[in-house]
Design a protein around this ligand. Structure first.
Ligand SMILES: Nc1ncnc2c1ncn2[C@@H]1O[C@H](COP(=O)(O)OP(=O)(O)OP(=O)(O)O)[C@@H](O)[C@H]1O
Length: 307
């Protein structure tokens, strides 16, 4: 059994004079939450449409649950749950009625799944309230509920957080975490804002102008974005002792060249410098280094440097 739910090989989509995807080799590990990041027009929707079978590639191939051809690939696609172009809700129906209508459309036997799904997405207490009166976050959760009918193993969501208020973002994040951790679902979620996927994705893929620039794990991304104070003094050993005793932290590293990376006090460099100076050290350099997630993304795609 492959460890991967999805693997693409040189996936390319060319519209008349526009290359929407250029030889994309993307892989998604079973059990991961894969954050697919790219600006508007980067190629995310085109990628998702090909994976879900709504469009075909110009060249290249996809392997889904180990299947890449004909009927087997069609069968493998039945193991995907997705929201295509916004949740297909019936505005005059309640949450339960919406789920029931979609259950019948999908030909899923037995209506027990309706109550179960309502509970999973946290809409079990919405009673007679019609979908048109739901908040955006609730609508999105109902859309995810519809995608969950049929017990998919792989959930694909195109910009599900787009336009939600902060509360809605938290609701969706918590729901997706639950689906991943409690139900073992693998999730592909696209966004044009990297920081939206922070605290959620375990893996990231950055796409720009149809090219997959980088795939990295959350630990690799955090390491790249880690902020620290870069300190260069005349006596690093003494500085290390002072940091430990007077700043009560050992969250620092003395580098081979004698420079110190201090991972605490990044927002209060003045406190660090005054203590070091008071203890008689000469500071040659002391500055915060590192970047936030959004700056990393912008730098990676060649945008403006804000870090
Ligand atoms: N049917 C089409 N015909 C021609 N060009 C298309 C078509 N669909 C997409 N494109 C182009 O392909 C590129 C990638 O579009 P795509 O919708 O995949 O990007 P995206 O990352 O999903 O962005 P968005 O979030 O804006 O949808 C864009 O330049 C877009 O204009």
């Amino acid at each position: 059994m492959s460890d991967y739910v999805l693997k693409t090989s040189n996936l390319t989509k060319q519209f008349k004079n526009q290359v929407a995807l250029n030889k994309v080799n993307l892989s998604i590990k079973k059990g991961s939450i894969y954050g697919f990041i790219g600006q508007n027009g980067a190629g995310k929707s085109t990628f998702i449409r090909i994976v879900t079978g709504l469009a075909s590639p110009t060249t290249g191939s996809i392997e889904l649950f180990g299947q890449s051809n004909g009927q087997e690939l069609i069968k493998a696609r039945k193991r995907i749950g997705t929201i295509i172009e916004g949740p297909a809700l019936y505005p005059h129906m309640t949450a339960a009625e919406n789920l029931e209508a979609h259950r019948l459309l999908k030909g899923i036997p037995g209506n027990e799944c309706v109550e179960r799904t309502l509970a999973i997405v946290g809409l079990q207490d919405t009673g007679k309230k019609k979908a048109k009166n739901f908040s955006l976050g609730m609508k999105q959760r109902l859309g995810i509920g519809i995608a969950l009918l049929g017990d998919p193993e792989f959930l694909i969501l195109d910009e599900p957080i787009n336009g939600l208020d902060p509360m809605g973002v938290v609701e969706i994040r918590e729901l997706l975490k639950k689906l991943n951790q409690e139900y073992g679902m693998t999730i592909l979620i696209s966004s044009h804002i990297l920081s939206e996927l922070h605290l959620l994705a375990t893996h990231y893929g950055i796409i720009h102008k149809g090219n997959l620039l980088e795939q990295l794990t959350v630990d690799e991304l955090n390491a790249k974005c880690q902020q620290f104070l870069h300190i260069k003094v005349n006596n690093p050993e003494k500085a290390a002792t002072i940091i430990e005793t007077m700043l009560s932290t050992n969250n620092f590293e003395v580098m081979p060249d004698g420079c110190i990376k201090l991972f605490d006090y990044v927002d209060t460099p003045g406190k660090v410098s005054s203590i070091l100076v008071n203890e008689g050290l000469v500071i040659e350099q002391l500055m915060p280094i590192g970047q936030d997630l959004e700056s990393y993304f912008m730098n990676r795609i060649g945008g403006i440097h804000r870090g």
